[in-house]
Design a protein around this ligand. Structure first.
Ligand SMILES: [Zn+2]
Ligand SMILES: [Zn+2]
Length: 143
């Protein structure tokens, strides 16, 4: 394994490794910032009363399971409630999303739904993290 690195493109290899080392963390920051902007963390009770007010036709379980950690979501827990009305612990969803999962683990709908404000969000994110994130944003649109 150690002797195998010097093919014709050793220069390219080290260059792209550096790029990955820079872009990946930047991508990560942009990604988590976007999550935080789209789905604000809140207490489960608050989220629950808001959802039942906005969607009287649906019933949300009193203390649903967070399927990521398989524990009950308590009233005072910090959660992120997705657009599909599935709540998860904030930490659990952050962890889930930070491992490049794009979809709700329960119903497989996108965690961040593309709304009209889509371009707006990525613009703001790139302003926050200076010049490295420009490359990151390019990479995002390629994915
Ligand atoms: Zn959880
Ligand atoms: Zn869902």
């Amino acid at each position: 394994m150690a002797n195998n690195t010097s093919t014709d493109s050793s220069d390219h290899t080290s260059a792209s490794t550096t790029t990955i080392a820079i872009v990946l963390p930047a991508l990560f920051v942009v990604r988590m910032a976007r999550l935080d902007k789209s789905i604000k963390p809140q207490h489960f009770v608050d989220w629950m009363s808001k959802q039942t007010a906005e969607h009287p036709e649906i019933t949300i379980a009193q203390n649903p399971l967070c399927v990521i950690c398989l524990e009950e979501i308590e009233d005072a827990a910090n959660i992120r409630g997705l657009g599909c009305l599935h709540p998860f612990h904030q930490q659990c969803l952050d962890d889930w999303y930070s491992r490049w999962n794009e979809y709700c683990p329960l119903c497989h709908r996108p965690i961040i739904q593309s709304t009209k404000a889509k371009g707006d969000a990525s613009e703001e994110a790139s302003r926050e993290t200076s010049e490295t994130s420009e490359r990151a944003v390019t990479a995002t649109s390629m994915v």
